[in-house]
Ligand binder design. Structure first.
Ligand code: COA
Length: 324
């Protein structure tokens, strides 16, 4: 028994901010951003919060899967930019789509979030606890990005993507792994809120670390190393070789990271599906948005072997080999 992706969906805010638009607010250029990252534009919310993007994605997935919300067993939303600390974004999705029989919770694993959420759903389904799940990655990173910091603000975008998965006797998730390396968690941080209250020594939270802060070079090194090792392990465990794979869907952070990964794994760059040029890094939404695009374009055929792999804050990584 396995877990099969039945339908995908995605949504990104209408407003598109180009590299030239950013060059008007920080000291940067289209040339620098394109050359160093492969990003040309990104969708930025004009006010709609993370749950709004997640709900639109969920509705699209339900329609495409041809199922009623009441039949959903499980809803997991991965996000680091939830509307609230409580309720979870997944609970808002549950309410808005009317998934009265589901259990809903969120996971926080930054850009690997969708991989973590899908891994959890897979475990519940394979254990026979649930028959199906809706898994969504949704982010409005624009609210935790420092728009005066050119070294980070050019990288990120807003969006959501997800999938409906079901118990299956045939094709589906073959092998997967998720991992963390908390020892280096401080190389990529964001969204810190200070413990400030009327009884605390310091009730001034102006020095908090709300905005995304990153050691770009260390993240680059971690990303290339962790993804390569993770993909090698998953392929080995599955008894598969790079030649078996039709598409790799990498986390859409930086085209140069993908080039390094492609070289080290000896998987041709053309097999990597890239859309960061149009979305930037949407964290937990990046892999499902890309997966949905591949699916919408009709590029996936039943039985194709595809590999999803991502890395992110935490530091985290996750890789999954799927028979479509
Ligand atoms: N526009 C113009 N110049 C910029 C710039 C921008 N947007 N951002 C940084 N620079 C400048 C720096 O100030 C530096 O100038 P200096 O040499 O005068 O000091 C120069 O460009 C080089 O900066 P550096 O940080 O060394 O560049 P880099 O080649 O490492 O590229 C990243 C920076 C962020 C693109 C790269 O490190 C990266 O992609 N890292 C991984 C990040 C990532 O994936 N994060 C998400 C994880 S989920």
């Amino acid at each position: 028994m396995t877990t099969r992706i039945i339908a995908t969906g995605a949504y990104a805010p209408e407003q598109v901010i180009t590299n030239d638009d950013l060059a008007k607010v920080v000291d940067t250029s289209d040339e620098w951003i394109t050359k160093r990252t492969g990003i040309r534009e990104r969708h930025i919310s004009s006010g709609e919060n993370t749950s709004g993007l997640a709900v639109k994605t969920a509705r699209q997935i339900l329609e495409r899967a041809g199922i009623k919300a009441g039949t959903l067993d499980l809803i997991i939303v991965a996000s680091v930019t939830a509307d609230y600390s409580t309720p979870a974004t997944s609970c808002i999705v549950q309410k808005e789509i009317g998934a009265h029989n589901a259990v809903a919770f969120d996971v926080s694993a930054a850009c690997s979030g969708f991989m973590f959420a899908l891994s959890i759903a897979d475990k519940y389904i394979k254990a026979g606890v649930y028959n199906n799940a809706m898994v969504i990655g949704a982010e409005t990173l624009s609210k935790i990005v420092d728009w005066s910091d050119r070294s980070t603000c050019v990288l990120f975008g807003d969006g959501a993507g997800g999938a409906y998965v079901e118990k299956s006797e045939t094709d589906g998730i073959i092998k997967e792994e998720i991992g963390t390396k908390g020892e280096i968690c401080d190389i990529l941080t964001g969204g810190y809120t200070a413990c400030s209250n009327i009884f605390s020594e310091n009730n001034d939270s102006t020095d908090n670390l709300w905005y995304v802060s990153m050691n770009g070079r260390e993240v680059f090194k971690f990303a290339t190393k962790s993804v390569v090792k993770s993909v090698e392990r998953v392929l080995k465990d599955a008894g598969a070789v790079p030649g078996d794979i039709k598409y790799v869907i990498p986390h859409q952070a930086n085209a140069r990271i993908v080039e390094v990964i492609s070289n080290k794994l000896a998987i041709p760059y053309e097999k990597f599906y890239i859309n960061m040029d149009r979305y930037g890094n949407t964290s937990s939404a990046s892999i499902p948005i890309a997966l949905n695009e591949l699916n919408e374009k009709g590029l996936l055929e039943r039985g194709d072997r595809i590999l999803l792999t991502g890395f992110g804050g935490g530091m985290t990584w996750g890789t999954m080999l799927i028979s479509w």
